[in-house]
Design a protein around this ligand. Sequence first.
Ligand SMILES: [Zn+2]
Ligand SMILES: [Zn+2]
Length: 341
Amino acid sequence: MTETRDAVADLRRIAFLLERAHESTYRVRAFRTAAAVLRRRDPDEIARLARTGELVRLKGVGDVTARCVVESVSGEPPAYLQRLEAIEPTPLDEAAEALVEALRGDCHTHTDASDGGSPLREMVETAQALGHDYLVITDHSPRLTVANGLSAERLRAQLEAIAELNAELGEGFRVLTGIEVDINEDGSLDQDEALLAELDVVVASVHSKLRMPRAEMTERMLAAIDNPHVDVLGHCTGRMVTGSRKRPESQFDAAEVFAACAERGVAVEVNSRPERLDPPRRLLRLAAEAGCEFTIDTDAHAPGQLDWLRNGCERAAECAVPAERILNTWSVERLLTRPRG
Ligand SMILES: [Zn+2]
Ligand SMILES: [Zn+2]
């Protein structure tokens, strides 16, 4: 008898690999939806529906996903999955690989509460499968309406959901609370101060008026860095290096901004998204020389993108960022109790 395969696990693996390959959330949705539908059903029933060709009658299961399930149920890895598994990730050098090994979590990730493609639980399960100790959830703030930013009320509901999930998960993995808060044009932050104070990790990022004059942008960033609740300065230049949304770096006095980060204990983020790779190498070297601390983050908007830390590790190693100054090489306890400037 052939060994039975877990058809739902195969669908989720396909989705993960597509997301990792930077396919749009829309293209991946068919696999995520089918996995969610079938997860609620008994494996024997799935096998029966596969044999009788009735899978496509289930809402959320289409021709392509049904074919994958039929192959899984027959004991074969789906051809679709085999094609994706055959694509090897680009190898890293020794220093970058050592950093990948040293990272324990991810400090900048999104769920479908804002503009991510998957629910909290799916992101968390994937982070666990990747061997992380923790995952910080940092959905967008209210003014970023295009990304469905969370009102104070919605963020509070998310904090409750995270507390419940943590209670369920028990020891060994922590979901940390957080936000990617917009830095307003005047340098103030787009969320209640009292609520920011409750969060484990606050990532502050510029998402609007990226072309403002250099002096104003510097003041804007310095004001945010000065806010005692800010832990991480997200994708500091806002540049986009590939794709249809290409745009140049915003202009600011990097020496001054990084000096302030070092003094205030605000970590400079190494953003691993392939279209961002922010900061650029010359600025990353400058920040390292300025004595800054760092985080290497995926800014994942889908579970498979949680595997993008490799991109950031490659750049951090290239720019001689010391592992000791990368906060996500630390234990979660040390991360949460670190002294701030
Ligand atoms: Zn952002
Ligand atoms: Zn983000």
